[in-house]
Design a protein around this ligand. Structure first.
Ligand code: ADP
Ligand code: ZN
Length: 814
């Protein structure tokens, strides 16, 4: 008899074995999808891991329902990588699979299906397909398990797969993404009128149409003052003409309409040759290549705006000329928009983008193109989950902004670090790895000192522009003498004023969104809390709401205190929304924009803001740490940090490192193109060491101090750590469980176990949380320690009392 081992996208320790016919055994290959029965009456999609003849003895084997692919969609190389991930990060292969594969590949009983409203080609459907689409007309959302009553259940998944392919249905998860971007329309003079002569001719000609002539002249005067793109709306307002006047100017090809957009689906061909590197850049490039020849992972430590990206470009170009694939990892979706534009100029339609704001269909498409080694996906630009893609012949992985925490996934499992996963991936493919950062993580720099990675440095900004001058502003005095304008010190206010007069742009950084993180009653001192989490609700003034930033719980802003009934609610602390409002009040002439989680929802959320800032529609951009990550704007002359103090107090052994990185990175957005930029950091602690190190951009001092402390207090990279998190809705139960786990861990790891402690927010979504931290002994092999923890987890899960308590393991929990 023939059997097949299947990876199911579930947290199961073991693979599941099903029976197959000899024909199926002949046809099936590892990496193909099959639909299988699971549980009492469920259907699931899984991936074939192996085919064999060993009958399992522990359970009754079932038959598979159906083979879903003609060819493998997952490569053996990937399965090998996923096995490593599962083992290293102590999770199951099923959990890795679920994270790795776009959901559209993994239909199962619970998946919700909708009709695609845009689908009009019913005539392309066969009978079964038509029946399903018809059912979805009557009832707009149906789970797969309901649809399977319509057609034979063994065949349901293949039919749904074809329907997805034909674009007739969509999965519930992607519905949120179903809208198109609203792009601002700008007008400019048609290129027919590029020279003086033609222009004069035009104006003479228009003397018979005074309104139109007036509109053209107004266009020039706006353009002359601001040098910025002129939107249709702005032109209409400034010239006071009706939109029909502008319309006829466009029809007569005197004006033309254009949009600033980053359409990622339809790429143009490459339009530019790659930049000629400067002498320093070229030296770095050569060094990198030398290290690559010796199969070294390279850390490129280059100050902000030194041209790291241009070096990546040259390396990418070299790799794709050899016909190999490139993976370009970015920490944040926000960055892809800008980088696509940059890379597209050099590589045209060879770039594919992969991240979660893409629809499932787009993600499936990228997956397939990578799998088939298509040219259109030769360069993949993506966030951490792109390490799961089915690369065929990977030649180079670039990990940009290597130090960023968003490369680490905290929840759910696999709790992996994309940088580390990428190094292993590259090793499997014999590909090169280049990590880049202006502020490398302490662990990566330590790897350099240990000769594990090679170091290449760039110490000069392109065109020798000086690094921004960083000033610390003590706001204690300002507050005491009541000389603050809202949250702006006199000095910061003045600098913003001067910058705007010079027609330059401003970035203001505040690490909190919303209007204020706390609302407090001045009569009784009570502040409104989330009902699901142990945290104060954040006030959002524009929406007049209180919102929980952990679970999304929202209520209207009450007029009176719920506790004492007095109308004395006051706000405490401030977020980006408040800064935006203050800014608008202080500088009514300036266009103020905001970039944080609230303004960047939706598929094109980031693009809209980044494009508007780039097009200089926005003069002042207020934002959270999203702003700090590698964005390149040429006209930003200054950066203001509204309050550095809450950055100094991260509850984490990396607090200082993080704070340094964040501030140096934010500062790096200033003065990138021509003149030296300025950075003002407001703080109550101007003598804090880290802030001093930021002002002198002294990475070496920061590193030396941090590495000393880690050695002294036994933190990574000197010890390895594993975190255990317990969660349950019953406070007492989670405490009892934590004590049990502590005792068991203590038996093995003794003083290496820290905790149990409650995190800063001790209850989230009604789950109480307890954390334990294990510092692993250095004299015992890693796998043995992991095995011991796994055993404790297994016994924990077999205790009836703790059945419903979640036990999460996080390897390298930082
Ligand atoms: P980094 O990635 O180190 O922050 P970038 O690669 O973004 O730096 O470079 C900063 C700016 O300088 C970019 O606008 C880039 O195009 C420009 N630049 C850097 N090197 C060169 C070069 N060799 N020739 C032309 N422009 C360059
Ligand atoms: Zn909440």
């Amino acid at each position: 008899m023939n059997f097949v081992d299947i990876i199911l996208p579930r947290p199961l320790q073991n693979l599941f074995t099903y029976r197959i016919t000899p024909d199926e055994a002949h046809f099936l290959q590892p990496g193909m999808r099959v639909a299988v029965p699971f549980g009492k009456s469920k259907i699931a999609t899984g991936i074939v891991a192996g085919i064999h003849r060993k009958q399992p003895t522990a359970y009754q084997v079932k038959d598979i329902y159906q083979i879903l692919d003609k060819e493998a969609i997952v490569t053996e190389m990937q399965i090998k990588h996923w096995q490593w991930l599962a083992k290293y990060y102590m999770c199951t292969l099923g959990e890795v699979l679920k994270a790795a594969l776009p959901a559209a590949f993994l239909l199962e009983s619970e998946t919700l299906v909708l009709k695609n409203k845009k689908f009009k080609e019913e005539h392309l459907l066969n009978n079964d397909e038509f029946l399903i689409v018809e059912a979805l007309e009557k009832q707009p959302v149906l789970p797969v398990k309901k649809i399977k009553d319509i057609v034979d259940k063994k065949r349901i998944l293949p039919i749904l797969n074809t329907l997805l392919g034909k674009n007739a249905i969509v999965l519930k998860e992607e519905v949120v993404e179903q809208y198109s971007p609203k792009l601002v329309k700008y007008v400019r003079l048609h290129h027919n009128y590029n020279n003086e002569e033609q222009l004069q001719y035009l104006l003479d000609n228009l003397s018979k149409a005074p309104q139109q002539r007036h509109a053209v002249l107004t266009y020039f005067s706006i353009k002359g003052i601001t040098q910025k793109p002129v939107s249709k709306k702005k032109l209409r307002e400034a010239s006071q003409v009706s939109s029909s006047v502008i319309k006829s100017l466009i029809e007569k090809e005197i004006f033309e309409i254009y949009t600033v957009q980053t359409d990622r689906v339809k790429y143009e061909n490459a339009t530019e040759a790659i930049k000629k590197l400067t002498k320093h850049q070229n030296a770095a490039y050569e060094q990198i290549n030398l290290h690559f020849e010796q199969n070294k992972v390279v850390l490129l430590k280059g100050i902000t705006s030194s041209g790291k990206t241009e070096i990546y470009v040259k390396l990418i170009s070299k790799t794709i000329k050899k016909g190999q694939q490139v993976l370009y990892l970015l920490p944040e979706i926000a960055l892809t928009a800008q980088l696509i534009l940059r890379l597209q100029k050099y590589f045209g339609n060879k770039i594919a983008v992969f991240h979660s704001k893409y629809s499932l269909k787009e993600r499936v498409e990228v997956w397939k193109n990578v799998l088939l080694g298509k040219e259109s996906a030769q360069i993949v630009l993506g966030v951490r989950s792109s390490v799961f893609l089915p690369f065929k012949d990977l030649g180079l992985i670039i990990i940009d902004e290597e130090h960023e925490t968003s490369f680490k996934q905290f929840d759910p499992a696999p709790r992996y670090h994309a940088r580390d996963a990428a190094v292993v991936l590259a090793h499997n493919h014999k590909a090169n790895v280049l990590m880049g950062s202006a502020t490398p993580s302490v662990e990566s720099f330590y790897n350099v000192t240990q000769k594990k990675y090679a170091l290449v440095e760039l110490t000069e900004r392109y065109k020798k522009v000086q690094l921004p001058e960083v000033n610390l502003i003590d706001i204690k005095e300002g507050f005491r003498k009541k000389r603050m304008k809202g949250h702006f010190s006199e000095a910061l206010f003045k600098l913003i004023e001067d910058t705007l007069i010079e027609n330059k742009q401003v970035i203001l950084f505040q690490n909190r969104r919303g209007y204020s993180p706390i609302v407090e009653c001045t009569s009784c001192g009570i502040s409104p809390q989330c009902v699901n989490c142990d945290v104060s609700l954040t006030y959002h003034k524009l929406r007049n709401e209180l919102q929980c930033h952990y679970c999304g719980y929202t209520i209207a802003m009450p007029k009176t205190c719920k506790a004492c009934g007095n109308p004395t609610l006051n706000t405490k602390g401030f977020g980006t929304e408040q800064i935006e409002m203050e800014m608008k009040g202080l500088f009514p002439e300036a266009n103020v924009g905001r970039m944080d989680l609230d303004t960047t929802r939706g598929k094109y959320g980031y693009e809209k803001i980044i494009n508007a800032f780039q097009a200089r529609e926005i003069d002042v951009l207020v934002g959270t740490q999203m702003l700090s990550k590698g964005l390149d704007f040429a006209h930003v002359a200054m950066v203001g940090v509204m309050n550095a103090d809450n950055l100094l107090n991260f509850p984490d052994f990396r607090a200082h490192e993080r704070c340094f990185q964040l501030l140096v990175q934010v500062s790096g957005r200033a003065g990138r193109a021509e003149k030296q930029g300025k950075v003002f950091i407001q703080t109550f602690n101007p003598y804090h060491r880290i802030l001093q190190q930021v002002t002198t951009n002294d990475y070496a001092a920061m590193y030396k101090e941090q590495i000393y402390e880690r050695h002294q207090y036994k933190y990574p990279p000197f010890v390895r750590m594993i975190g255990v998190t317990l969660k349950h809705k019953d406070f007492i139960k989670v405490n009892t469980a934590a004590d049990w786990v502590y005792k068991s861990l203590f038996n093995v790891f003794k003083d290496g176990v820290l905790g149990p402690t409650s995190p800063a927010v001790g209850r989230i979504r009604n789950q109480y949380i307890k954390n334990l931290l294990i510092k692993l002994p250095t004299d015992i092999p890693l796998y043995k320690s992991k095995l011991a923890i796994q055993k404790i987890k297994n016994s924990f899960e077999s205790i009836a009392e703790f059945r419903s308590v979640r036990f999460n393991v996080d390897v390298d929990p930082y």
